[in-house]
Design a binder for this molecule. Structure first.
Ligand code: SAM
Ligand code: SF4
Length: 326
């Protein structure tokens, strides 16, 4: 699969639900969103059919995301269906880790090899402000990360969204972890969507993060762990882990884009932002053949996103990334 700008697309991020057990301040309003009806969701068999057809056209890697993917029942069953597709080389999961102690082993045994975990604070008392759930969810997150390590999910990537005046005093603490553990801590720039514009004043560019980290040690560019992402990686001398930065606003990486996204209700989106999406559910249910719709989507993949700080216009009407799978 190649788009009109010559970018090869071999990676699909699949959102299995828009619901979540947390309410991260930059992602979801406390009262939740207008959830997609469960009857609208693609079934696991339907998702597997889409992947099987796209695998014949060059799809090789899958990430399951959401919302929180582990709140959808029997997620390991989907992983099992996908890992049985011979062309699929890599299945990973983006999660807040809370349900990993419960489902991690089944996920791994079904064929998921890696997890990316969201963690925006290392301070228990701060969790309520950041994720708008009680501290016991913080404890559960840390237990989930421990479970990921114990079960051998590797490499382990931790995603931390940067917010000035909220968690920027923890940048050095997060980075210091990489000196002791083989974790890959990735600082992500806050992306503006309809529901988080009030956080625009909290935006912090990753350039300032790197300048701060250079004060506590020599940071060298590093190749980074296995994965498909847009992060740029660095490493402290002799450290087992790395520090990554993901810079959708300050330095966009659209020219290297290798991905498409499938929403829980079966829309194929060629860019995280913008309005371009093509429905796969109707053709799937009518003829079973989604490839003509996939080709239409590919042909319309935009050259780049048009996000701007302080405005929802570039996000194409999205209230939150959880609606399309961040
Ligand atoms: N619940 C899972 C999790 O939190 O990892 C998967 C879904 S979440 C939408 C995927 C990633 O998007 C997380 O790392 C989260 O921090 C990030 N994210 C969500 N909204 C964001 C925003 N407005 N700006 C930057 N990153 C965001
Ligand atoms: Fe849930 Fe992930 Fe959004 Fe946080 S970032 S509210 S964990 S979907």
């Amino acid at each position: 699969m190649e788009d009109q700008f010559g970018r090869r697309i071999d990676y699909l991020r699949i959102s299995v639900t828009d619901k979540c057990n947390l309410r991260c301040s930059y992602c979801m309003p406390v009262e939740g969103l207008d959830w997609i009806d469960r009857e609208e969701f693609l079934t696991y068999e339907e998702i597997a059919s889409v992947v099987r057809q796209m695998a014949g056209q060059g799809l090789r890697r899958i990430r399951l995301t959401g919302g929180e993917p582990l709140v959808r029942r029997d997620l390991p069953d989907l992983v099992g269906l996908l890992s049985a597709i011979p062309e699929i080389e890599d299945i990973s999961v983006s999660t807040n880790a809370i349900l990993l102690p419960q489902f991690g082993r089944e996920l791994r045994d079904a064929g998921a090899s890696r997890v990316n975990v969201s963690l925006d604070t290392l301070r228990r008392e701060r969790f309520r402000e950041v994720a708008r759930r009680s501290e016991r969810f913080f404890d559960a997150t840390l237990e989930g990360i421990e479970a990921a390590e114990r079960l051998g999910f590797s490499p382990l990537k931790i995603n931390t969204v940067l917010m000035r005046g909220v968690n920027d005093d923890e940048i050095e603490d997060f980075a210091a972890i990489t000196r002791d553990k083989p974790w890959h801590i990735r600082f992500i720039e806050l992306m503006p969507t309809g529901d988080n514009l009030h956080l625009s004043k909290r935006f912090l560019s990753t350039d300032s993060v790197l300048r701060r980290l250079e004060r506590i040690g020599d940071l060298h560019p590093a190749p980074g762990p296995l994965g498909n992402g847009p992060a740029t990686y660095f490493q402290f001398e002799g450290a087992p882990g790395t520090v990554g930065v993901i810079t959708p606003l300050s330095h966009n990486y659209c020219d290297r884009c290798n991905r498409m996204r499938l929403t829980a209700d079966g829309k194929l989106r060629t860019c995280l932002f913008g309005t371009h999406e093509v429905d796969l559910r109707a053709p799937l249910r009518e003829t079973g053949d989604v490839l003509p719709a996939v080709r239409t989507a590919l042909a319309g993949k935009p050259e780049r996103h048009l996000l701007q700080l302080g405005s929802a216009s570039g996000s194409g009407g999205l209230r939150a990334l959880s609606q399309v799978g961040g």
